[in-house]
Design a protein around this ligand. Structure first.
Ligand SMILES: NC(=O)c1ccc[n+]([C@@H]2O[C@H](COP(=O)([O-])OP(=O)(O)OC[C@H]3O[C@@H](n4cnc5c(N)ncnc54)[C@H](OP(=O)(O)O)[C@@H]3O)[C@@H](O)[C@H]2O)c1
Length: 268
């Protein structure tokens, strides 16, 4: 029996984490969404051990962020007796922009893109981690899992010859370092931090535009050259099953690592 907090739980991998973890009735799962009104699939789960809370992991108004994160853990604390075992930092934005760093129309456009990715993916995750540390400290498991991406791995970026997705990749590379820093700061307390890539997962709900479909075909060709056995994106179900296996076996000795759903540097 464990207690989990999952951010970005309205859809995609976050929703799948909630679905799999709450299937065990003894678990308690706090599903954090930006807005309950756009979390219909999560509401449909309708499980007694799933508690849906509204939270944006970032807020332009820094004071609001502080207030929100002070309020939320109190709500969580009431329902858990003040203890949480696992935090799964899943929420993120990820566009598939092909614009390379040398080709943004203006310096301001570079700043806008990179700062927005950094604000949500890096800072938002840091805020969420800090907000729930007191509850995690009181628990006995103390695991903080952060969803990252192989697109933040320099060797894979070179192998795929992928100069695009700059804002996303840079924000996630920074996030990996944030995880390593948290890990070092809290290793002495028995915390286990892990940055994990879910693989290439079919989570997109919106149909691809013709332009996106073309880019995706080129991407698949590159993947096929790199990994001839690659069969295409895996399902959220398979990805979450594989990540949970890694998460459960990860220990404090290897805290702060950046690995894939295989528990290694095998990104696909
Ligand atoms: N899918 C893949 O192939 C893949 C590959 C590598 C890494 N990842 C990583 O895996 C994680 C999940 O990916 P996914 O494909 O499931 O993504 P997704 O379908 O786009 O879902 C992302 C979730 O994050 C939430 N979110 C975004 N900004 C937020 C904010 N400011 N505050 C709170 N929640 C916010 C979204 O909320 P709304 O529903 O309100 O928009 C959504 O529920 C991400 O960290 C992603 O970078 C995915």
């Amino acid at each position: 029996m464990s207690t989990y907090i999952i951010t970005g739980a309205a859809r995609g991998l976050g929703l799948e984490f909630v679905t799999q973890l709450s299937a065990e009735k003894a678990n308690t799962v706090f599903a954090l969404v930006r807005s309950k009104s756009s979390a219909a699939a999560l509401a449909e789960l309708s499980r007694r051990n799933v508690i849906i809370l509204e939270a944006d992991i970032t807020d332009a108004d820094s004071l609001k962020v502080v207030l929100e994160f002070k309020k939320l853990p109190r709500a969580v604390a009431e329902a858990t007796g003040g203890k949480v075992d696992y935090l799964i930092n899943n929420a993120a934005i990820h566009d598939h922009s092909k614009v390379t760093l040398d080709a943004y129309p203006t310096p301001a456009a570079i700043e806008a893109d990179l700062l927005e990715n950094f604000r949500v993916n890096t800072l938002g995750t840091i805020h969420a981690t800090n907000a729930f540390l007191p509850l995690l400290r009181a628990g006995s498991v103390k695991k903080v899992v952060t969803l990252t991406t192989g697109a933040a791995d320099i060797d894979l970026t070179a192998a795929l010859s992928n100069p695009g997705q700059a804002g996303y990749s840079i924000s996630k590379a920074a996030l990996n370092m944030a995880v390593a820093k948290f890990a070092l700061a809290l290793k002495g307390e028995g915390f286990v931090f892990l940055a994990i890539s879910p693989g290439l997962v079919a989570t997109a709900t919106a149909p691809r535009t013709p332009e996106q479909a073309k880019e995706y075909a080129i991407f698949k060709e590159k993947l096929a050259k790199l990994a001839p056995d690659f069969k295409g994106p895996i399902t959220p179900q398979v990805s979450v099953q594989m990540m949970l296996e890694v998460i459960y076996r990860w220990s404090v000795e290897d805290t702060g690592a950046f690995v894939s759903h295989h528990g290694s540097k095998e990104w696909l």
